[in-house]
Design a protein around this ligand. Structure first.
Ligand SMILES: [Zn+2]
Length: 224
């Protein structure tokens, strides 16, 4: 195991006698609700999220050694490409082999914000790395935020040509809160992430200019 992270593929209690026990805990997955800046986040406990499928493996950042402030370096914005709820999206991702929702935050069309996976856990949203290993993965240090909806032209029947004002306000305030708390300076769209695998249009051509505006407004860096 690297000293920067722990790969976990069994229930956290299994690790209780090992050195990493202060990090590998169930607590981050059991939050009811919490604030990020001015935004109230509906924690996994509150929305009735089931236990992660541990056998599908998650990576815990070793935050006892390196703080999350020094680990989290960028935010990646996505769209769900469907109109389903956070639970349904998590269920769908679990059937594809994820331990839990791959994104850290899920912004509903009504502007409410749900916790996907805790920030202490590496996301699974930005794509696979060009080289193997967690530290080369574009998900390393990357906070995943997904907006419920499909903001792309004509690729299927369900689409919308803009996001709801409430949803965009929630996105802005969530990013502001994350920036303040974790000193994150870079805001990317999934389509801009340097990664392996096929190209993606995510978060969609209708949302892209809105994210670029937000990036400018908040003075954040884009793709480097
Ligand atoms: Zn995406």
């Amino acid at each position: 195991m690297s000293d920067k992270f722990f790969k976990v593929n069994k229930a956290p209690e299994t690790y209780s006698n090992e050195q990493c026990h202060s990090v590998i805990r169930r607590e981050p997955w059991r939050r009811s609700s919490f604030l990020v800046g001015s935004i109230k986040i509906i924690g996994r406990l509150s929305w009735g999220a089931p236990e992660p499928t541990w056998s599908n493996e998650v990576i815990y950042y070793n935050f006892s050694r390196t703080s999350l402030i020094n680990t989290l370096t960028n935010i990646v914005v996505h769209h769900t490409n469907n109109s389903n709820s956070v639970s349904d999206n998590e269920k769908k991702q679990k059937t594809k082999g994820y331990a839990a929702l791959g994104y850290h935050f899920f912004i509903n069309a009504d502007g409410s914000v749900y916790e996907g996976r805790p920030l202490e856990i590496m996301g699974s949203h930005a794509g696979r790395g060009k080289q193997a290993g967690a530290l080369n993965d574009p998900d390393w240090g990357s906070v995943g935020i997904v907006l419920q909806g499909d903001f792309h032209h004509d690729d299927d029947w369900f689409k919308s040509n803009t996001a709801a004002k409430k949803q965009l306000n929630a996105l802005e305030n969530l990013i502001l809160g994350l920036n303040r708390k974790y000193n994150i300076g870079q805001l990317l769209m999934h389509r801009e992430v340097n990664r392996g695998g096929p190209a993606t249009v995510c978060p969609g051509s209708y949302l892209a200019p809105l994210v670029i505006n937000l990036r400018d407004k908040l003075g954040m860096k884009g793709k480097r």
